[in-house]
Design a protein around this ligand. Structure first.
Ligand SMILES: [Zn+2]
Length: 83
C-alpha cells in the first residue's frame, strides 16, 4: 500500500508537541478514560465532572445533565432569526 504522506522529521514533531500539550490542558476529558469526546457525541455530567458515552455504564447514579458535544465554531456560526 503506498504511503500518502511523507514521514515527519523529529524537528517537525518537536515543534508540534508544545502546542498539543497546550491544547490538551484546555480540554476536558472523560473522568474515567480521559478521552476527549468526539463532536456529536453525547456526554453526561455528574456535577462538574464529565463522563463519555462509552463510560456511562460504569456509573450507577443518574447524571445531573447531558449534552451533545459541538465543535469550537458552533457558537460562531451565522444563524437564521426566528420570525
Ligand atoms: Zn470515557
Amino acid at each position: 500500500m503506498p504511503v500518502l504522506t511523507k514521514p515527519r522529521t523529529v524537528s517537525e514533531i518537536n515543534l508540534v508537541r508544545p502546542s498539543m500539550r497546550a491544547l490538551r490542558n484546555r480540554r476536558t476529558g472523560c473522568l474515567h478514560c480521559h478521552r476527549t469526546p468526539l463532536i456529536g457525541e453525547l456526554v453526561f455530567y455528574y456535577g462538574d465532572r464529565m463522563v463519555c458515552e462509552l463510560c456511562r455504564p460504569l456509573r450507577r447514579e443518574r447524571p445531573s445533565h447531558q449534552e451533545i458535544v459541538h465543535s469550537g465554531e458552533h457558537t460562531l456560526t451565522v444563524k437564521r432569526l426566528q420570525r
